[in-house]
Write a protein that binds this ligand. Structure first.
Ligand SMILES: [Zn+2]
Length: 372
């Protein structure tokens, strides 16, 4: 696409469509960009009607300037705009800063008055917006951008003055009044806030409310945690002073010092196996999940206090006399204990009828046992 066709020109400071003027040089129009006289070509049948520079000179500013003028003209006539979405960091291309318009806010605005290119003095500062729309005693500045967008300096100035300002990006639009009106009255990335003091204030209030709410929630959470900790401490002391129950320390649901196990295993204290250091611990109440593993030639083993302990060593070989003797002793003892425990499936508090409660206090797990 080359330079877009110029269908509007200026005559006595008025922007006129090609259809409104005489044909040829007698149209009396000048270029909105370079201000040179133009020739109206509205009698042709082949090409679209358009204005041409003498000698068909290419003028790059003509189209953009005409579009800018036409946009202002359309806006002044329609006085209509659809308020764009609000982004609290004014980056209308990143959705993360989008802050919804309160539903009670009217988005479709028809201004009571629209003035163009008027110098406005704000606190001794001069600004000259493309257009100013006024409604209910409020003002909104409208800037039309095509090649040059609102500069940072002007932006900062508007911000410090507390002026509401919308920028309308005209990029890609033809010299067409309907297309321009559609851009003004459609929510799109082409129309966005440069400054919106009212929404800025609402957003700050919203942020403040969120922070306060978060603080309250944290306080409530802390209070709840403290409350829970107090309750557990009271529970612990109540159970501790209750002669009818026993508080048992557990780890991963394995209870140490199970009173039922102790009673059941008590008779084994009279047997020789009680002399074995590990068997003695189990008979005295240390937790052991009564399971034996492995078979020749992988050896035989069991787990006790998170350790793997060999009864018979692994290996495709004859065991020594000592290995065989100590292995036999351990194997016999473990089976004896297993027999007692298996019969009553004791030691699992989760399914034990004597277990009445369990809780964690001071990082320790406790089981409450009501064994007589
Ligand atoms: Zn020109």
């Amino acid at each position: 696409m080359g330079v877009p066709i110029l269908t509007y020109a200026l005559r006595n400071d008025e922007l006129l469509h090609i259809s409104k003027v005489e044909n040829g040089a007698s149209c009396g129009c000048i270029c909105p960009g370079c201000k040179q006289p133009l020739i109206a070509r509205n009698k042709g049948l082949v090409r679209e009607h358009h204005f041409a520079h003498s000698g068909d000179l290419l003028c790059h500013g003509a189209y953009e300037t005409a579009l800018h003028l036409l946009a202002k003209q359309v806006f002044a006539k329609s006085r209509a705009i659809y308020l764009p979405n609000y982004y609290w960091n004014y980056d209308h291309k990143s959705n993360h800063s989008r802050f919804p318009f309160p539903p009670e806010f009217k988005r479709e605005i028809i201004f009571e008055t629209v003035t163009l290119e008027q110098n406005i003095t704000w606190d001794e500062n001069q600004v000259r917006p493309d257009a100013v729309g006024r409604i209910n005693g409020k003002e909104v500045h409208i800037e039309f951008a095509n090649s040059h967008f609102i500069e940072n300096l002007k932006h900062e100035k508007l911000k410090s003055l507390g002026v509401s300002c919308i920028e309308v990006d005209l990029a890609g639009l033809p010299l067409d009044e309907i297309a321009i009106l559609e851009r003004l009255t459609t929510v799109s990335e082409w129309v966005y806030w440069i400054i919106n003091p009212k929404m800025d204030q609402l957003f700050r209030q919203h942020k403040k409310r969120l922070e306060e709410q978060k603080k309250l929630e944290q306080q409530w959470h802390t209070w709840e945690e403290n409350q829970k900790a107090t309750e557990i401490a009271m529970k612990y002391h109540a159970y501790k002073n209750d002669p009818l129950v026993k508080l048992l320390l557990t780890k991963n649901d394995e209870v140490y010092d199970c009173p039922i196990r102790k009673v059941l295993l008590e008779p084994l204290k009279l047997e020789l196996i009680y002399n074995h250091p590990i068997l003695k611990q189990i008979i005295d109440g240390a937790y052991w999940k009564p399971k034996l593993y492995g078979q020749w030639p992988n050896g035989k083993w069991f787990y006790f206090k998170n350790e793997m302990i060999y009864i018979y060593p692994a290996g495709d070989r004859e065991l020594t006399e000592a290995e065989k003797k100590s292995g036999d002793q351990l194997f016999y003892g473990l089976n004896k204990i297993k027999e007692v425990l298996d019969n009553d499936s004791i030691g699992d508090c989760g399914s034990c009828k004597y277990s009445v409660d369990h809780f964690t206090y001071n990082m320790k797990q406790f089981e409450v046992c009501k064994h007589p």
